[in-house]
Structure formats: C-alpha cells, structure tokens
Design a protein around this ligand. Sequence first.
Ligand SMILES: [Zn+2]
Length: 493
Amino acid sequence: MIYNFTVDGVVIRVCKKFFLKTLGIDEKTVRVVVRNSSVKSTGIDLHGDMRGKHPKKHALSAEQIQSVKDHIGSFPVVDSHYCRKTSMRQYLEHSLTISKMYDLYCQQKWNTVPVKKTSYVKIFNSEFNIGFYKPRKDQCDECDIFEKMTEDYRLKNTGKHQRHLRRKEQSRRHKEVDKTAAKCNSHVKTATFDMQKVLVTPSLMISRAYYLRKLSTYNLTVFDLATADVTSYMWDESQDSKGSSESATCLQKWLTALPSDITHVILYSDTAAGQNRNQSVLMMYMQVVSFSNITVIEHKFMESGHSQMEVDSVHARIEQKCRNVPIYTPDGWYTLVRSSCKKPYNVVELQFNDWKAWKYLAQTELRNTKKADDGTTLNWLKLKWIKVTKYDQEAFYVKEELDNEIPFKRVSIKKAPRKSHRTTVIVDRVATELDNDVKVIPLPSQLYHSRLPISKVKIADLQQLVASGAIQQNYRSFYDNLNENLDNLVEND
Ligand SMILES: [Zn+2]
C-alpha cells in the first residue's frame, strides 16, 4: 500500500508509520476507509494490497518483504545533529549508503530468495522514515515543492516564493559584505558556524559493526571568514549531549579567545532553533558584551534551505578524510579533524565540566524576550538578525529581514509592567532585582558535575566490539571507563 499526502497541490509520498501517526489513526481504520473509497479521495494506493487477489508474476512473497524490513530495521539510527524536536526523521550512520546496505543484505543468509536492489530501495523508501544525510546544497524543501506545484498553485504562491528567494540573496550578499569588512578592519571579526552531523565512534569498515549502536561524537565548527581559520569544538556523548547551552558554551569559548582588539563580531548560522536561534545563545552574547572588550555582537541567519556556508566545506573535508580510516575512540576523531587540512584545524576538546547552564541563566535573567518596545510580539522563527551591544545592556535588537534600511526593533529584557496588583510583593522584588543586577549579568553555573551515563544497550554493543577484537585492546580502557546508565533507560533507537 502506498501512502501519500497532498500539500499545496504536490503529492508527497510518506511511509506508513508517518501517515498513521500524523492522522492519529490505526492501520485497520485505513483499510476500512480505503475499502469504501477511491484512491483519488484517500491518497492511498491499494495496489500493493491486491497481491492475494491478482497475483503478479514477479510479486514479492511476504517472507521476502519481511527479510528486507528486518534487515533495514536492524541498523541503529543516529540522532539528527539538530534537536530531535525539529524532525521526526531519523538518520543512518555517516558511512552508510543504500548500496552499502543492499550489499550487506546480500551477504546475510535468509530463508527466502533475496530481493533485487530496486525492491530493497522501494521498501526502504515506502516503509521507513529514515534517511541519509545529504549535502546541504541539495536541500531546499520550499524550492522543491514550488517546482513540483501545478501551474495554478505556483501562481498563487509566486509572491511567497519570491520573498524566499530575495531573503536567500540578502543573506549571501550580507555575508560577503561582512567578510570584506573583517578583512579591511582589524577590529571586526566575521565567522560562520555549524554543528557537524554526528560522528559515530568507533567508525569501522567491518560489516557487523554497522548493526551495533555506537557512541556519538559531536563537532561544532567555527570558520573565520577573513582568515579561513577553523576551530572545532568537539566532545563525545559521555561528556555531554547537544543543545542550546552547548552551542552557547562553544561560542562563548570562541568569542572570549579572540584578540583583545576585536570589538565587533558578526556571526552567521542556519536557523536551527535548538542550536542557534535561541535565548541561551542570546543570553551568552549579552554576558560576553558586558564582560569583554567586544562592544557589538551581531548574529545573522541564512535563509532556510539555502544555508550553505564555508563551514560546510570543512565538514565535507572531514567526512572525506574519514573514509577508509578506522576510528576507535573520540580521540581518533580529534586527531583526524586536526590533520584534515594542510592548514591544521584547531580542535578544542570539551569535557563535562566545561559546559555552562546558559539555558537556565536565560530563564532567570531574560524576563522578556517576546514583546518589542513598540508593543509588537516577536516571532522567533522569523528573526533574521539579532544584535546586542555593550551600550544598551538592558535590551537586545532584532530584525525579520537582513535589510539595512529597516530599523531594528528594541526588545527590553525587563519584564513588562503588570496591570494587576495581585502579586505586588513579587513585582516589587523583581523590580529591585532588575535595578541591581541587570547591568552585571551573572556567570552561568556548571551544567554537569560528572560524566554522563551511557545506555545499557549501547554499552553492551560497544563491549561486544571490544570483545570481538574489532576495537584494538589498547583502546579498551576508554570503553571500560564509560558510565553505564543505572536507571535502566533504554534508548529510542
Ligand atoms: Zn529555496
């Protein structure tokens, strides 16, 4: 059975799980509805379900289909490098391709005749919502959908699409202008940054390793546009996960390590809310301008779907270098990244005690992040430009377009005055605190006091690799020293 959704006139094929979950219905309901309806009205093509009634000459048997499903289901999935909330899609480890998976399928013994590659791919695409990371240049859903629209829908959406393309051009133009500014002015620094996709550890070229859960290693890379210097902040999942406090911690380390004559910093990133466009990062910027020589920090966001940046080429180079090189521990990644380019990348290894609780500090210090001084409500999902300055530490500034002609909106971080006197005492206390502390933002507290535990199932898989000799003995102590999660938590994967 084939499941489709029609969005803005475009038919989008989805897997069964996604279809049922989106509509909140079970498979039985679908069958009843389909039996009583036409394909046109439901979006469901029952073709595959007719096997019993009109058998095709080369139709796959239930056992063959199951063999493929079992095989695909046996690969552990890796988190998206963005926060889970942003997508239901899960990803396979970086070194896998559909061809590699099919080769592995053929290498296994099945109680049935193995299917052909086309059938394997078809089942992968229709039954699973998992995928491979694609280079960012291949990804703009908005442009893809617009291209596939019927003429009618395209006419209706022309204005929206042109605004999208205009924002794309604006962000690229701004980045070039700011790059030139950094080259010409020794007080200005312009950089792009991004998280790399998850680097699984160990990364081995042996078949059985593909089926086992592995440790995640993370890399947030900052690329200096004027000098092409690269700094990679790296850690493994026993030292921390990834999120807004983590991005803020890495960026704060980068900002505070800049030469003291830098007074103006301009950063570019994509719009991922979990990592980049959030209040933890804003909080960190406000703290940095209050304590350092930096007087202005601007953060500009690339247009969604067109956020290719120089930092992507750094990640691509690392991914190319790691092909055919076995990596046994996170240290292996750090060494590989350092030596990925003739001009060595600077790798900063982070431990559990490096992380700062920026998110918590933002919750306590930023009493208002939603209402601009002009009374309008901010939509954080639309912000394209955030600016903080040492000269006004009681506010931050935003724009929804990278347009120099549009004025910034000022947003006071003080709580908006309440109409009711119901909580007079609390309001008074808040007012006093604001008067005393708003100009000196406190330091964030430490996020963790020990290494993070790893799930039992993952530890078991890693120990299996150690015991089999796939991980060399001299790396054993690293795996022996991982903390097992005593709460018996089982991972989603
Ligand atoms: Zn686009």
